[in-house]
Ligand binder design. Structure first.
Ligand SMILES: Cc1cc2nc3c(=O)[nH]c(=O)nc-3n(C[C@H](O)[C@H](O)[C@H](O)COP(=O)(O)OP(=O)(O)OC[C@H]3O[C@@H](n4cnc5c(N)ncnc54)[C@H](O)[C@@H]3O)c2cc1C
Length: 435
């Protein structure tokens, strides 16, 4: 059952109590009549891979619409390539850019703001700087780490896990902190937990493990990676760990976390008990909190609780509200055959393009042609000898409308150059550089 408007406004108030930006009920920034009076106004919340693609493509598809991007951070930070950056193998400048410059280049408005809720009845997004009205809302809030799955309502433990053992898995200053922690790491066991599916970029913790193990080797740091995976084994990586990283990476699969004692630095998981010297703790994931605050999450088609946003078919329209589209990692299951789309920057980008076309068509009183994303995912399987995997996923409709997925995989060291080109092209697209 969808929460009522009252329930999600209550949730908004609760967020305020937990220390988020206070909700200031200032006068609406636009009088209600002007929202639909002109051609229309689209608000996009979340300036990550999905939100930036939506903003850019909306300007192209529907230049008459007013587009405003709301994001809590002042600058974009790319998670793709960040594993390489953490070990000094990628240029940080190629992973970042300033939102304001991009917005003015592409002709949309950027507002740095924490969005604290959505009043769907009034079609308003609530921010610390007052409410903003929309005709269409695109939510691209990414993921949230669900520490409560481990620590319940123990806020002290959650705060400690976040600050001492941050996983560097969402954009922001956390990446620099984790890089500093690594620079100080003198040896011992570094624990990385792999959350249960679905989660953002499933190969990323494995790629990080091989890059870190290689980095330890190169710097003669007597360190070992403990990779505790909640899921069935990843056979490709398990083979590489065994052949090239014996004694450097200790991998246990089918081992969800049961308990963590942060003071004693001890983890109890299904496969046993582990102590650690440092850690990148990745708890289970859900859609970014805004999806729940807006009342857009709910049980999946099997009736099981889901922390992911429910959307309808290929349009990515929220099942709870025809004026709202959800894109990127926050999206829940889309097909009974494979469940979720891969939670990747590539898919988020394609979703941004899809909703831009949807909204442009609706603003013109038309219906958009149904479109589906594709996914390209490059991962380093072994840094030495270099071994890179490309997963190429395509989607199409079955005759009954169900979305079908096909995956092809390629393995070749030369794919490392393709990965750089892929990343550069999408970074340029988001910034409105080049074609
Ligand atoms: C280590 C690592 C490696 C990866 N490698 C790849 C790769 O090689 N290829 C690939 O395709 N994908 C990769 N990914 C996955 C990719 O980063 C994500 O799938 C992608 O970022 C999802 O885009 P999104 O727009 O849904 O979310 P995000 O990019 O996370 O953007 C969400 C944005 O919303 C903002 N936000 C959230 N809530 C609010 C709020 N209430 N108010 C204001 N702002 C808010 C956040 O600050 C953030 O900027 C990788 C991820 C990681 C962690």
């Amino acid at each position: 059952m969808m929460p009522s408007r009252r329930q999600f406004l209550t949730a908004t108030a609760a967020l305020g109590a937990l220390g988020a930006m206070p909700l200031v009920r200032a006068a609406p920034l636009l009088p209600p009549a002007s929202v639909s009076g002109k051609a229309g106004r689209v608000l996009i919340v979340g300036g990550g891979w999905g939100g930036l693609a939506a903003a850019r493509h909306l300007r192209q598809e529907a230049p008459q619409l007013e587009v405003e991007l709301l994001e809590r951070l002042p600058a974009f930070w790319s998670c793709p390539r960040s594993n390489h950056w953490l070990v000094g193998e990628a240029d940080g400048a190629a992973l970042r850019f300033d939102y304001r410059q991009v917005a003015s280049r592409l002709g949309y408005t950027f507002l740095q703001a924490e969005v604290t809720g959505v009043d769907r009845d009034r079609r308003q997004v609530l921010t610390g700087q007052g409410p903003l009205e929309y005709d269409w809302l695109v939510l691209a809030p990414g993921i949230r780490h669900d520490y409560s799955a481990w620590f319940g309502d123990d806020r002290e433990a959650i705060a400690q896990a976040r600050s001492r053992y941050a996983p560097a898995y969402t954009a922001g200053p956390e990446f620099a902190e984790v890089q500093r922690r690594l620079a100080d790491f003198k040896g011992g066991d570094l624990l990385i937990t792999v959350p249960p599916y679905p989660y953002r970029c499933p190969p990323a913790p494995f790629e990080r493990a091989v890059l870190l193990a290689r980095w330890f080797q190169a710097r003669q740091i007597p360190g070992r990676i403990l990779l505790v995976d909640a899921n069935p084994p990843n056979p490709g990586y398990a083979k590489v760990f065994n052949e090239f990283f014996r004694g450097r990476i200790h991998y246990v699969a089918n081992s969800p976390v049961r308990r963590i004692d942060l003071e004693a630095r001890r983890l109890v998981a299904a496969a046993g008990e582990f102590t650690f010297d440092s850690a990148m703790l990745l708890p289970p994931q859900q859609a970014g909190e805004l999806a729940a605050l807006a009342g857009l999450t709910g049980p999946d088609d099997d009736g099981k609780a889901s922390g992911w946003a429910q959307v309808t078919g290929p349009s990515l329209q929220s099942r709870a509200d025809e004026r709202i589209f959800v894109i990127g990692d926050a999206v829940g299951a889309v097909s009974p055959l494979f469940g979720h789309y891969p939670k990747s920057g590539h898919v988020a980008n394609r979703m941004g393009r899809i909703v831009a076309k949807e909204i442009a068509a609706r603003a013109a009183g038309k219906t958009a042609e149904p479109a589906l994303p594709d996914n390209l995912c490059y991962v380093t399987v072994n840094p030495e000898p270099l071994d890179v995997l490309l997963m190429d996923t395509q989607y199409k409709f079955r005759s009954d409308g169900v979305i079908v997925q096909t995956l092809r995989q390629y393995r070749d060291p030369d794919l490392a150059a393709d990965e750089l080109a892929w990343h550069g092209a999408l970074m340029a697209e988001m910034q409105g550089l080049g074609a």
